[in-house]
Write a protein that binds this ligand. Structure first.
Ligand SMILES: Nc1ncnc2c1ncn2[C@@H]1O[C@H](COP(=O)(O)OP(=O)(O)OP(=O)(O)O)[C@@H](O)[C@H]1O
Ligand SMILES: [Mg+2]
Length: 203
């Protein structure tokens, strides 16, 4: 198994599953935390992430196919997406279409109450023209306008920091794609982003 990268919470390996190239995501225990509690958290995150990856797929959002889950070892084996992170692909020439598609993908999740929890352009992979959402370990299910607005606001903050050269149009396109799928339900959520922003600015 080849270690590809060490993320914030997990190690990512290239492996094989039934002869296919696969990606193994292994949550690593943080030694500074309580050991048993840590193992418990990692198990439930692993389980949750696998469930949400599958759920997103059923909603028409592209995610890697889940091949196997080992709760005890905190491992998920999934389809290897041979592509690049949206973060590295986005530029002034291509961002309009990609940003619209990203917004549409988020809306497909939110329309069915799936909150991603860690939206960034590092957690979106691109294979040819297709977008794949990954890293659902902080996700959840919620109907709340607040949770959807926060999901978008987290994304807005990282998008602004990472893709300053694409502003303001890039974010506008993301919202345009979002509203196209969400319809009128989207307006209340987008409006709510500003409220959350105002409230959190002073903390
Ligand atoms: N299914 C996959 N196919 C190909 N590459 C992947 C896949 N899943 C993850 N990766 C690569 O590994 C990186 C980290 O994966 P992921 O975001 O799931 O873990 P993480 O622990 O949250 O890491 P980070 O802290 O970097 O976000 C991704 O940005 C991507 O480059
Ligand atoms: Mg990530």
């Amino acid at each position: 198994m080849k270690l590809l990268r060490r993320g914030a919470e997990a190690e990512l390996y290239e492996t094989e599953f039934e002869g296919k190239k696969a990606l193994l995501k292994k949550r690593v225990l943080k030694s500074y935390r309580h050991k048993e509690l840590d193992a418990e958290i990692s198990s439930s995150r692993t389980n949750l992430e696998a469930r949400l990856i599958v759920k997103a797929r059923t909603l028409g959002v592209k995610t890697p196919q889940v091949y196997s889950v080992d709760k005890e070892k905190h491992e998920i084996v999934m389809e290897f997406i041979d592509g690049e992170r949206a973060k590295d692909v986005l530029n002034k020439n291509n961002f309009i279409k990609i940003c619209e598609k990203i917004g549409q993908g988020i809306a497909k999740m939110h329309a069915f109450d799936l909150i991603h929890g860690d939206l960034t352009t590092s957690n979106i992979l691109m294979r040819s023209k297709e977008l794949f959402f990954i890293d659902f370990g902080l996700g959840k299910t919620s109907k709340k306008v607040e949770d959807k607005a926060v999901d978008l606001l987290v994304f807005k903050k990282t998008f602004e920091a990472t893709h300053a050269d694409l502003l303001p149009k890039g974010w506008e396109k993301i919202l345009a794609g979002y509203n196209r799928i969400m319809g009128t339900a989207g307006y209340a959520i987008v409006e709510h982003i500003a409220k959350v922003e105002k409230r959190t600015r002073y903390h």
